[in-house]
Design a protein around this ligand. Structure first.
Ligand SMILES: Cc1cn([C@H]2C[C@H](O)[C@@H](COP(=O)(O)OP(=O)(O)O[C@H]3O[C@@H](C)C(=O)[C@@H](O)[C@H]3O)O2)c(=O)[nH]c1=O
Length: 183
């Protein structure tokens, strides 16, 4: 597997080595040693998640507050998504910047998003299945959501028609409101 740098230090795109043959394919979707060597962090994953969505579903931009912040290793195993990681570490030089990448069952790319980021994705196809490992358990009391179309973030989402959001995500806060928590 190949770890590719992104515009934000610490966020990596992982391109697996896929072995295809007459039966189908095989690839290592996670290798702890390589992962720790590349990220230089002693990561321990404790939860695996799996969601399925129809086309045009936008989940995000989600985060958990400290000490429950989660690093996430995300990928798409059916269909495709436009995936976004926003740096919300207030002391970071790339605070307020984001990385986006298309993750699909076809390209098999993964995105490593360290703790301290808000994460979201827009599904580009029906029957899209998204799976990810997290470094901390779900802790609903610590959950937060930054609104997907925050003006300051100005995320370049693909235009694919009507977007479906959960009630919770419809009530997401702005980045400016998030920052107020620290003042
Ligand atoms: C995230 C999560 C949800 N749930 C439950 C709560 C709720 O009843 C139901 C659906 O939850 P949500 O609406 O929050 O699911 P969803 O909108 O898919 O939330 C996810 O979005 C993506 C973008 C992320 O980055 C994830 O960390 C997570 O926040 O599942 C758990 O039991 N454990 C979990 O870890």
């Amino acid at each position: 597997m190949n770890f590719v740098e992104t515009e934000i230090k610490d966020v990596k795109i992982i391109e697996p080595k896929v072995f295809g043959d007459s039966r189908g394919f095989f690839y290592e979707s996670f290798n702890e040693k390589k992962f720790i060597d590349e990220t230089k962090q002693n990561i321990i994953f404790c939860q695996d998640n799996h969601s399925k969505s129809s086309r045009g579903v936008l989940r995000g931009l989600h985060f958990q507050r400290n000490p429950y912040a989660q690093g996430k290793l995300v990928r798409c195993i059916a269909g495709s998504v436009f995936d976004v990681a926003v740096d919300i570490r207030i002391d970071s030089p790339s605070y307020g910047k984001y990385v986006s990448v298309v993750l699909s069952a076809e390209n098999k790319k993964q995105l490593w998003i360290p703790a301290g980021f808000a994460h979201g994705f827009l599904t580009l196809e029906d029957n899209t299945e998204f799976v990810y490992k997290t470094t901390n358990y779900y802790h609903p009391e610590s959950e937060g959501c930054i609104v997907w179309n925050d003006k300051q973030l100005n995320i370049n989402w693909p235009v694919i028609g009507e977007i479906k959001l959960s009630d919770k995500d419809n009530l997401g806060m702005t980045l400016a409101q998030y920052i107020e928590e620290f003042n």
